[in-house]
Write a protein that binds this ligand. Structure first.
Ligand SMILES: Cc1cc2nc3c(=O)[nH]c(=O)nc-3n(C[C@H](O)[C@H](O)[C@H](O)COP(=O)(O)O)c2cc1C
Length: 303
Protein backbone atom coordinates (compact mmCIF):
# COMPACT_ATOMS: atom_id res chain seq x y z
CA UNK A 1 0.00 0.00 0.00
CA UNK A 2 1.33 3.41 -0.81
CA UNK A 3 0.56 6.53 1.14
CA UNK A 4 0.06 9.83 -0.58
CA UNK A 5 0.43 12.97 1.43
CA UNK A 6 -1.09 16.17 0.19
CA UNK A 7 1.30 19.02 0.87
CA UNK A 8 -0.33 21.93 2.62
CA UNK A 9 0.77 25.07 0.86
CA UNK A 10 1.82 28.05 2.92
CA UNK A 11 -0.06 30.50 0.74
CA UNK A 12 -2.40 32.27 3.06
CA UNK A 13 -4.65 34.21 0.73
CA UNK A 14 -7.33 36.33 2.30
CA UNK A 15 -10.00 33.81 1.39
CA UNK A 16 -12.05 36.67 0.07
CA UNK A 17 -15.49 35.90 -1.15
CA UNK A 18 -16.38 36.42 -4.78
CA UNK A 19 -20.13 36.37 -5.19
CA UNK A 20 -22.54 35.47 -2.42
CA UNK A 21 -25.34 34.47 -4.73
CA UNK A 22 -22.66 32.48 -6.53
CA UNK A 23 -23.36 32.26 -10.27
CA UNK A 24 -22.13 28.86 -11.42
CA UNK A 25 -19.07 30.18 -13.22
CA UNK A 26 -17.48 31.86 -10.18
CA UNK A 27 -14.23 30.39 -8.85
CA UNK A 28 -16.02 29.50 -5.59
CA UNK A 29 -18.81 27.71 -7.44
CA UNK A 30 -16.11 25.77 -9.29
CA UNK A 31 -14.34 24.95 -5.98
CA UNK A 32 -17.59 23.85 -4.38
CA UNK A 33 -18.56 21.65 -7.29
CA UNK A 34 -15.09 20.07 -7.39
CA UNK A 35 -15.24 19.49 -3.65
CA UNK A 36 -18.67 17.91 -4.11
CA UNK A 37 -17.20 15.75 -6.86
CA UNK A 38 -14.35 14.62 -4.61
CA UNK A 39 -16.85 13.78 -1.84
CA UNK A 40 -19.20 11.93 -4.24
CA UNK A 41 -16.50 9.78 -5.84
CA UNK A 42 -17.12 6.76 -3.65
CA UNK A 43 -20.78 6.67 -4.74
CA UNK A 44 -20.18 5.21 -8.17
CA UNK A 45 -19.40 1.48 -8.25
CA UNK A 46 -17.43 2.08 -11.42
CA UNK A 47 -15.10 4.14 -9.29
CA UNK A 48 -13.99 1.17 -7.25
CA UNK A 49 -11.03 0.20 -9.40
CA UNK A 50 -9.36 1.62 -12.41
CA UNK A 51 -9.98 -0.90 -15.21
CA UNK A 52 -6.66 -0.48 -16.91
CA UNK A 53 -4.57 1.59 -14.62
CA UNK A 54 -1.56 2.74 -16.49
CA UNK A 55 1.65 2.48 -14.53
CA UNK A 56 2.04 6.20 -14.22
CA UNK A 57 -1.57 7.30 -13.83
CA UNK A 58 -2.27 9.06 -10.51
CA UNK A 59 -5.30 6.78 -10.05
CA UNK A 60 -3.17 3.67 -10.07
CA UNK A 61 -1.05 4.92 -7.18
CA UNK A 62 -3.73 6.36 -4.98
CA UNK A 63 -6.65 3.99 -5.41
CA UNK A 64 -8.54 6.94 -6.83
CA UNK A 65 -11.00 6.37 -9.69
CA UNK A 66 -9.61 6.29 -13.20
CA UNK A 67 -9.59 10.04 -13.50
CA UNK A 68 -7.47 11.67 -16.10
CA UNK A 69 -4.18 13.04 -14.82
CA UNK A 70 -5.61 16.46 -15.51
CA UNK A 71 -8.78 16.20 -13.43
CA UNK A 72 -6.94 14.43 -10.64
CA UNK A 73 -4.37 17.18 -10.37
CA UNK A 74 -7.15 19.78 -10.49
CA UNK A 75 -8.90 18.00 -7.61
CA UNK A 76 -5.67 18.00 -5.62
CA UNK A 77 -5.06 21.65 -6.41
CA UNK A 78 -8.56 22.69 -5.33
CA UNK A 79 -8.47 20.57 -2.18
CA UNK A 80 -5.04 21.87 -1.27
CA UNK A 81 -6.19 25.45 -1.85
CA UNK A 82 -9.24 24.97 0.36
CA UNK A 83 -7.08 23.53 3.12
CA UNK A 84 -4.53 26.29 2.91
CA UNK A 85 -6.92 29.25 2.62
CA UNK A 86 -9.41 28.17 5.29
CA UNK A 87 -8.72 29.80 8.61
CA UNK A 88 -10.59 30.37 11.86
CA UNK A 89 -12.52 33.61 11.44
CA UNK A 90 -12.98 35.75 14.56
CA UNK A 91 -14.79 38.73 13.08
CA UNK A 92 -17.91 38.36 10.93
CA UNK A 93 -20.22 40.68 9.02
CA UNK A 94 -23.84 40.70 10.17
CA UNK A 95 -25.09 39.70 6.71
CA UNK A 96 -26.93 36.36 6.60
CA UNK A 97 -25.70 33.49 4.47
CA UNK A 98 -28.42 32.48 1.97
CA UNK A 99 -30.36 29.43 3.14
CA UNK A 100 -29.53 27.52 -0.08
CA UNK A 101 -25.81 28.01 0.61
CA UNK A 102 -26.18 26.62 4.14
CA UNK A 103 -28.05 23.61 2.75
CA UNK A 104 -25.21 23.02 0.28
CA UNK A 105 -22.63 23.10 3.07
CA UNK A 106 -24.70 20.61 5.06
CA UNK A 107 -25.11 18.32 2.05
CA UNK A 108 -21.39 18.29 1.38
CA UNK A 109 -20.49 17.69 5.04
CA UNK A 110 -23.07 14.90 5.17
CA UNK A 111 -20.71 12.80 2.97
CA UNK A 112 -18.33 12.47 5.94
CA UNK A 113 -17.16 8.92 6.66
CA UNK A 114 -18.01 7.43 10.06
CA UNK A 115 -17.55 4.14 11.85
CA UNK A 116 -20.16 1.66 10.49
CA UNK A 117 -21.57 4.63 8.60
CA UNK A 118 -23.38 5.52 11.82
CA UNK A 119 -23.29 9.27 10.97
CA UNK A 120 -23.60 10.23 14.63
CA UNK A 121 -23.67 14.00 14.08
CA UNK A 122 -26.87 15.91 14.61
CA UNK A 123 -26.70 19.60 13.90
CA UNK A 124 -28.74 22.55 15.15
CA UNK A 125 -28.40 25.55 12.84
CA UNK A 126 -29.32 28.98 14.19
CA UNK A 127 -29.81 32.00 11.93
CA UNK A 128 -30.92 35.58 12.45
CA UNK A 129 -32.96 36.15 15.61
CA UNK A 130 -32.32 32.59 16.84
CA UNK A 131 -28.57 33.24 16.74
CA UNK A 132 -29.01 36.54 18.57
CA UNK A 133 -31.13 34.94 21.30
CA UNK A 134 -28.50 32.23 21.80
CA UNK A 135 -25.63 34.73 21.73
CA UNK A 136 -27.22 37.01 24.32
CA UNK A 137 -28.25 34.17 26.63
CA UNK A 138 -24.88 32.40 26.41
CA UNK A 139 -22.85 35.57 26.88
CA UNK A 140 -24.90 36.63 29.88
CA UNK A 141 -24.56 33.13 31.34
CA UNK A 142 -20.76 33.00 31.00
CA UNK A 143 -20.04 36.67 31.79
CA UNK A 144 -22.17 36.16 34.91
CA UNK A 145 -19.61 33.66 36.19
CA UNK A 146 -20.86 30.26 34.95
CA UNK A 147 -18.28 27.54 35.43
CA UNK A 148 -17.05 25.50 32.47
CA UNK A 149 -18.93 22.18 32.27
CA UNK A 150 -18.34 20.13 29.14
CA UNK A 151 -19.69 16.69 28.22
CA UNK A 152 -16.17 15.52 27.34
CA UNK A 153 -13.12 16.24 29.42
CA UNK A 154 -11.12 19.20 28.14
CA UNK A 155 -7.35 18.62 27.67
CA UNK A 156 -5.73 17.83 31.02
CA UNK A 157 -2.52 19.56 30.03
CA UNK A 158 -0.77 21.06 27.01
CA UNK A 159 2.86 20.03 27.24
CA UNK A 160 5.99 20.17 25.14
CA UNK A 161 5.34 20.93 21.48
CA UNK A 162 1.57 21.21 22.13
CA UNK A 163 2.16 23.92 24.66
CA UNK A 164 4.48 25.84 22.34
CA UNK A 165 2.01 25.63 19.43
CA UNK A 166 -0.79 26.77 21.70
CA UNK A 167 1.29 29.69 22.91
CA UNK A 168 2.29 30.64 19.39
CA UNK A 169 -1.28 30.93 18.10
CA UNK A 170 -2.41 32.75 21.25
CA UNK A 171 0.49 35.16 20.87
CA UNK A 172 -0.41 35.74 17.19
CA UNK A 173 -4.01 36.52 18.12
CA UNK A 174 -3.14 38.88 20.97
CA UNK A 175 -0.44 40.64 18.95
CA UNK A 176 -2.75 41.28 16.03
CA UNK A 177 -5.34 42.65 18.45
CA UNK A 178 -2.77 44.86 20.15
CA UNK A 179 -3.18 43.08 23.50
CA UNK A 180 -0.08 43.44 25.66
CA UNK A 181 1.58 40.36 27.13
CA UNK A 182 0.12 39.58 30.55
CA UNK A 183 -2.94 41.82 30.18
CA UNK A 184 -5.32 39.33 31.74
CA UNK A 185 -8.36 41.60 31.58
CA UNK A 186 -7.88 41.94 27.81
CA UNK A 187 -7.32 38.16 27.44
CA UNK A 188 -10.58 37.61 29.24
CA UNK A 189 -12.46 40.13 27.08
CA UNK A 190 -11.21 38.35 23.96
CA UNK A 191 -12.12 34.95 25.45
CA UNK A 192 -15.65 36.21 26.04
CA UNK A 193 -15.91 37.02 22.34
CA UNK A 194 -16.37 33.27 21.92
CA UNK A 195 -19.77 33.70 23.54
CA UNK A 196 -20.66 36.56 21.23
CA UNK A 197 -19.93 34.03 18.48
CA UNK A 198 -17.44 36.61 17.18
CA UNK A 199 -20.41 38.46 15.69
CA UNK A 200 -21.38 35.57 13.39
CA UNK A 201 -24.94 35.56 12.06
CA UNK A 202 -25.14 31.74 12.29
CA UNK A 203 -24.02 28.98 14.59
CA UNK A 204 -24.08 25.21 14.12
CA UNK A 205 -24.20 23.09 17.25
CA UNK A 206 -22.71 19.65 16.63
CA UNK A 207 -23.80 16.82 18.91
CA UNK A 208 -23.13 13.09 19.06
CA UNK A 209 -24.98 10.16 20.61
CA UNK A 210 -23.85 9.43 24.17
CA UNK A 211 -23.62 5.65 23.56
CA UNK A 212 -21.11 6.00 20.72
CA UNK A 213 -18.40 7.30 23.01
CA UNK A 214 -15.09 8.54 21.73
CA UNK A 215 -15.59 7.22 18.18
CA UNK A 216 -18.81 9.17 17.85
CA UNK A 217 -16.79 12.27 18.76
CA UNK A 218 -14.12 11.30 16.26
CA UNK A 219 -16.73 11.01 13.48
CA UNK A 220 -18.15 14.38 14.47
CA UNK A 221 -14.63 15.86 14.32
CA UNK A 222 -14.34 14.67 10.73
CA UNK A 223 -17.77 16.20 10.07
CA UNK A 224 -16.62 19.53 11.51
CA UNK A 225 -13.58 19.49 9.26
CA UNK A 226 -15.66 18.81 6.16
CA UNK A 227 -18.22 21.41 7.19
CA UNK A 228 -15.64 24.19 7.46
CA UNK A 229 -13.97 23.21 4.18
CA UNK A 230 -17.33 23.00 2.39
CA UNK A 231 -18.16 26.43 3.81
CA UNK A 232 -14.83 27.78 2.61
CA UNK A 233 -15.48 26.42 -0.87
CA UNK A 234 -18.61 28.59 -0.97
CA UNK A 235 -16.91 31.71 0.37
CA UNK A 236 -18.32 31.26 3.88
CA UNK A 237 -15.97 31.81 6.82
CA UNK A 238 -16.23 29.81 10.02
CA UNK A 239 -14.67 28.87 13.34
CA UNK A 240 -15.02 25.66 15.33
CA UNK A 241 -15.54 26.48 19.04
CA UNK A 242 -14.89 24.09 21.87
CA UNK A 243 -15.72 27.07 24.10
CA UNK A 244 -19.37 26.44 23.26
CA UNK A 245 -19.03 22.78 24.29
CA UNK A 246 -17.70 24.13 27.60
CA UNK A 247 -21.31 25.13 28.35
CA UNK A 248 -22.91 21.89 27.19
CA UNK A 249 -25.74 21.74 29.73
CA UNK A 250 -26.71 25.32 28.95
CA UNK A 251 -26.61 24.59 25.19
CA UNK A 252 -28.76 21.47 25.62
CA UNK A 253 -31.32 23.37 27.67
CA UNK A 254 -31.38 26.37 25.32
CA UNK A 255 -32.00 24.26 22.20
CA UNK A 256 -34.13 21.70 23.99
CA UNK A 257 -31.84 18.80 23.07
CA UNK A 258 -32.38 15.34 24.54
CA UNK A 259 -30.16 14.36 27.47
CA UNK A 260 -28.37 11.68 25.42
CA UNK A 261 -27.04 14.21 22.91
CA UNK A 262 -23.46 15.18 23.80
CA UNK A 263 -22.23 18.59 22.65
CA UNK A 264 -19.01 18.21 20.64
CA UNK A 265 -18.54 21.83 19.63
CA UNK A 266 -20.14 24.80 17.93
CA UNK A 267 -19.24 26.29 14.56
CA UNK A 268 -19.93 29.98 14.15
CA UNK A 269 -20.14 30.95 10.50
CA UNK A 270 -20.97 33.76 8.11
CA UNK A 271 -19.07 36.16 5.86
CA UNK A 272 -15.70 37.32 7.10
CA UNK A 273 -15.19 40.94 8.09
CA UNK A 274 -11.98 41.62 6.18
CA UNK A 275 -11.29 44.74 8.22
CA UNK A 276 -11.41 42.93 11.58
CA UNK A 277 -7.88 42.72 13.04
CA UNK A 278 -8.48 39.22 14.44
CA UNK A 279 -8.69 37.97 10.86
CA UNK A 280 -5.27 39.28 9.90
CA UNK A 281 -3.06 36.44 11.04
CA UNK A 282 -2.63 32.86 9.90
CA UNK A 283 -1.42 29.97 12.01
CA UNK A 284 1.50 27.78 10.98
CA UNK A 285 1.78 24.00 10.75
CA UNK A 286 4.61 21.72 11.80
CA UNK A 287 6.56 20.04 9.03
CA UNK A 288 5.42 16.46 8.42
CA UNK A 289 8.81 15.27 9.68
CA UNK A 290 7.56 16.26 13.14
CA UNK A 291 4.40 14.18 12.90
CA UNK A 292 5.10 11.22 10.60
CA UNK A 293 7.13 8.08 11.25
CA UNK A 294 8.01 6.10 8.13
CA UNK A 295 7.83 2.54 9.40
CA UNK A 296 9.98 1.23 6.55
CA UNK A 297 12.90 3.23 7.95
CA UNK A 298 12.56 1.65 11.41
CA UNK A 299 14.60 -1.35 12.50
CA UNK A 300 11.79 -3.65 13.64
CA UNK A 301 12.65 -7.24 14.40
CA UNK A 302 10.03 -9.95 14.02
CA UNK A 303 9.00 -11.50 17.32
C1 LIG B 1 -12.35 21.36 17.65
C2 LIG B 1 -11.87 22.78 17.65
C3 LIG B 1 -12.23 23.63 18.67
C4 LIG B 1 -11.83 24.98 18.67
N1 LIG B 1 -12.25 25.81 19.66
C5 LIG B 1 -11.96 27.13 19.59
C6 LIG B 1 -12.51 28.03 20.54
O1 LIG B 1 -13.27 27.66 21.42
N2 LIG B 1 -12.20 29.35 20.42
C7 LIG B 1 -11.36 29.82 19.43
O2 LIG B 1 -11.11 31.04 19.38
N3 LIG B 1 -10.83 28.97 18.52
C8 LIG B 1 -11.13 27.65 18.55
N4 LIG B 1 -10.65 26.79 17.59
C9 LIG B 1 -9.82 27.31 16.51
C10 LIG B 1 -8.35 26.92 16.68
O3 LIG B 1 -7.74 27.78 17.58
C11 LIG B 1 -7.69 26.99 15.28
O4 LIG B 1 -8.28 26.02 14.44
C12 LIG B 1 -6.19 26.73 15.34
O5 LIG B 1 -5.53 27.72 16.07
C13 LIG B 1 -5.61 26.67 13.93
O6 LIG B 1 -5.86 27.89 13.26
P1 LIG B 1 -6.71 27.95 11.92
O7 LIG B 1 -8.04 27.30 12.15
O8 LIG B 1 -6.86 29.43 11.63
O9 LIG B 1 -5.95 27.22 10.85
C14 LIG B 1 -11.01 25.46 17.60
C15 LIG B 1 -10.65 24.59 16.58
C16 LIG B 1 -11.06 23.28 16.59
C17 LIG B 1 -10.69 22.37 15.44
Amino acid sequence: MSIRIVTIEREYGSGSRQSRAGPPHTPQAAEASLLEKVMQMTLSPSNDRPENPSADSPGSKSGMPPASANSSSQDAEVFSRLLSTRYSCRGFLAEQVPHATIVRILEMAQRTASWCNSQPWKVVIASGAATDRFREALYTHVAGGAQEASDFPFPREYRGEYLSRRRECGFQLYTTLGIARGDKAAYNRQFLENYRLFGAPHVAIITTDEALGVYGVLDCGAYVSNFVLAARSLGVASIAQAAIAGQSQFVRAHFNLPEDRRVVCGISFGFEDPSHPANRFRTTRAAIDETVTWADALQIEAV
